[in-house]
Design a protein around this ligand. Structure first.
Ligand SMILES: Cc1cc2nc3c(=O)[nH]c(=O)nc-3n(C[C@H](O)[C@H](O)[C@H](O)COP(=O)(O)O)c2cc1C
Length: 223
């Protein structure tokens, strides 16, 4: 005698439920693992860039953790929280590195990591992400050309305000052949980040890091 239809339905339902649970579990496990790995890769890439701008021997603190988050859309190009990494030696401020955004690249936002020495001189600039055209705007990448290295040693005084433009606009920074929009956007963003640093330097270094949550220096808290 065969199983009753009722038993068959129950068995099928249980099997389906088991497949669904195992399937969902596997997807969740893979997602979590991949997400973790992506985060770790991003952290390592950021650490490499941070160390390229602020070499480990120049500071004795953990700059990755001695950080705070700020918002200043008008100066840093994004309404997102921006992390400011602080380098210190023997407790004395050495430099900061922050991620600003050039919102008006040829193909949208260009994310930058900007290292600024305590005295306001640029330690350097690195491109974190961009969508500029290969062979044109992508010359901002360190792997494509030396252009981005030309920021090192510059400051608000060197060059002066008029110089903080591409040569085509009367400034000191090169544009690329057939591609002015991208370098123009990056130069403007770096200049604004320097102005921001100049205005906020003392607060950025004096703001003590709380264990959790990360301290937020909102625009409203500046005054
Ligand atoms: C398909 C295509 C892609 C382009 N990509 C870029 C780019 O990534 N960056 C850039 O600055 N200009 C790019 N350009 C060129 C710009 O349109 C513009 O002509 C150039 O930046 C000069 O700008 P200017 O007239 O303000 O000096 C691209 C043009 C085309 C047709």
């Amino acid at each position: 005698m065969g199983k009753s239809p009722f038993i068959n339905i129950i068995t099928s339902t249980i099997l389906l439920a088991l497949f669904a649970i195992v399937g969902t579990g596997l997807v969740a496990y893979t997602f979590e693992n991949t997400e973790e790995r992506i985060k770790l890769n991003e952290k390592n890439a950021l650490l490499r860039s941070l160390h390229a701008l602020i070499p480990p021997e120049k500071h004795d603190n953990d700059i990755f953790h001695d950080s705070l988050q700020v918002t200043m859309p008008a100066m840093l190009g994004t309404s997102d929280l921006v992390t400011v990494y602080r380098a210190r030696k023997n407790g004395e401020p050495v430099a900061v590195a922050l991620t600003a955004v050039a919102p008006n690249g040829y193909s949208g936002a260009i994310k930058l990591l900007i290292g600024i020495l305590y005295d306001g001189t640029l330690a350097g600039v690195r491109i974190v992400t961009h969508h500029e055209t290969p062979g044109l705007g992508d010359a901002i990448e360190e792997t494509r050309s030396d252009w981005v290295l030309s920021f090192s040693g510059k400051s608000l005084e060197n060059p002066n305000k008029a110089g903080w433009k591409v040569k085509k606009d009367g400034g000191v920074f090169d544009q690329f052949t057939g591609a002015t929009i991208t370098p123009r956007a990056v130069v403007k963003a770096v200049h604004k980040a320097l102005l921001y640093y100049n205005q906020e330097r003392d607060k950025l270094f004096s703001f003590r890091k709380e264990p959790k949550p990360k301290p937020t220096l909102e625009k409203s808290s500046e005054t």
